[in-house]
Design a binder for this molecule. Structure first.
Ligand SMILES: [Zn+2]
Length: 487
């Protein structure tokens, strides 16, 4: 099949290759390293092109793009290497564009992207900079200290590079998103407390639990009993039907992350969910979710990150009971440990295709200044981890912990979504199941805000709103297409 006639149907959307997008470019890295190679692979992939490497022998040393400080005469684009470059103020302030560059980019965007995507900017922090759940405290982060948490810096560097390729080399890549879409917003729901009385259906005694566990579990039970006596509706946290109906109104279908083990499991902690998915109520909801084309993913338990077999066990249990393949996950409490890399590697070993667990817990914003899908870097193996990281920019709590005002929330969400659209990126939203529809008194404004958010998203046909599984599937098919381009 000729490359210009290759058409791929992806989730009923079209992604096309044509001759204009294919051009045999060459690039050269002066001081080669696997990490620099990884950054170039990432950038070219987002732009949607495949670029060959120029050799160092005299026959094939011609390159169009050169990264280093000793370029030859014939290179059309040169990026100078400077390991201290991280924030390009001029570009971020809109004071420079591709038209101001004749050939040489004097800011090292390769090094800068590497620093953000690997989170090197937050290396060497102390234990005090993390909360009790080993999550980086926003105020201690590089993003907060440099006042850049609202800026998707990596996107801006990639977009600058894309504009440079288009203007200097007339190169056009395969679009990152389906036809007519400028960005993607992934909708997801963590299923933490879908049943406010689940704790009352639990066993009285559990092996291997300490006094603190018994005490806190008893307090939760006492609270549930009080609510039950007070006549609280047993179903007003069980909002699957309402959420799916609201989303489907606009043609959206989100992801639900379910915990497949609970606090009574041998590894369970006081932070884990109380419900048991192996009960008729859950079997029914799984079928309903599948029938309507929504996605089921794993909400990995609090301590899942400690053991890869245990993580794989949770995946297998969910798949067996729900009758579906769980390709994606999110860790409960964002609990992936301070050594994030170790956990990210476990995802690949356990057979996941995507994870969506990297975010600030206590702040809305861009945790690694990136609103793009990426494969995390493994510095030990010196290669990428083949699991997409889909970055979360907003959790319901990171807005409502600080203000109960619905209006504030909607305005903030609009601002961030506008930024994601402008930077052609991907942002994931995490709204818990009990807070995603205004049906209970505890989370009334949270539910109203989510419903309003859906309406806002539906008004903009240039935003692709869908679940994380569809985004993962689209990206993987797009990658196949890129790999078929000649170099
Ligand atoms: Zn959770």
């Amino acid at each position: 099949m000729r490359i210009d006639t290759l058409i791929v149907e992806i989730t009923e959307k079209r992604c096309m290759l044509n001759e204009e997008m294919y051009s045999p470019l060459k690039y050269k890295i002066e001081n080669e390293s696997p990490l620099k190679q990884y950054v170039f692979d990432f950038v070219f992939n987002i732009i949607g092109i495949r670029v060959g490497k120029a050799g160092f022998s005299s026959e094939n040393n011609q390159s169009d793009i050169y990264y280093g400080n000793n370029p030859s005469e014939d290179c059309k684009i040169v990026i100078l290497e400077k390991v201290t470059d991280i924030i390009w103020k001029q570009l971020l302030e809109g004071k420079i564009s591709e038209n101001d560059i004749s050939r040489t980019v004097k800011f090292d965007i390769v090094n800068a992207i590497s620093n953000f995507i690997t989170d090197e900017v937050n290396e060497n922090l102390s234990d005090d900079d993390y909360d009790t759940h080993e999550r980086l405290i926003f105020n201690r982060s590089f993003q907060s200290r440099a006042n850049i948490a609202n800026i998707p810096i990596v996107n801006q560097y990639v977009n600058f590079f894309r504009a440079l390729l288009e203007s200097k080399l007339s190169i056009k890549g395969i679009p990152l998103w389906p036809q007519g879409k400028k960005c993607a917003i992934g909708l997801s729901h963590d299923v933490d407390i879908p049943d406010r009385y689940a704790i009352l259906k639990s066993p009285l005694f559990c092996k291997n639990k300490d006094l603190k566990w018994y005490l806190l579990t008893s307090l939760k039970k006492a609270k549930a009993i009080t609510e039950y006596i007070g006549g609280k509706n047993p179903d007003d946290f069980w909002l699957f039907e309402d959420v799916m109906r609201e989303e489907k109104k606009y043609g959206f279908r989100s992801t639900f992350f379910f915990a497949s083990i609970n606090r009574f499991d041998k590894w369970g902690t006081i932070y884990d969910a109380a419900y048991n998915i192996d009960s008729p109520k859950f079997i029914g909801v799984f079928q309903n979710i599948i029938d309507r084309g929504f996605e089921i993913g794993l909400h990995a338990s609090y301590n899942a990150y400690l053991n890869e077999d245990y993580l794989a066990f949770q995946k297998a249990r969910l798949e067996k009971i729900a009758g579906v393949k769980a390709v994606g996950l999110r860790h409960h409490h964002w609990h992936i440990g301070k050594d994030q890399l170790r956990t990210l590697k476990m995802h690949e070993q356990a057979g996941f295709e995507y994870d969506s667990s990297i975010a600030f817990n206590d702040h809305i914003g861009f945790r690694r200044n990136i609103v793009l899908p990426y494969h995390p870097w493994d510095p030990i193996k010196q290669s990428m981890i083949n699991v997409f990281q889909l970055p979360v920019f907003c959790m319901d709590g990171s807005l409502f912990y600080y203000s109960e005002e619905k209006l504030d929330t909607i305005e903030k969400l609009k601002y961030y979504i506008g930024t994601i659209k402008q930077s052609r990126g991907l942002g994931v939203i995490d709204w818990h199941i009990r807070t995603s529809f205004p049906k209970n008194s505890e989370y009334l404004n949270w539910g109203k805000a989510y419903v309003e958010l859906l309406e806002f998203l539906s008004d903009d046909s240039e935003i692709w709103v869908t679940n994380l599984g569809e985004i993962n599937s689209w990206l993987r098919k797009r990658n196949m297409l890129i790999s078929q381009m000649n170099v």
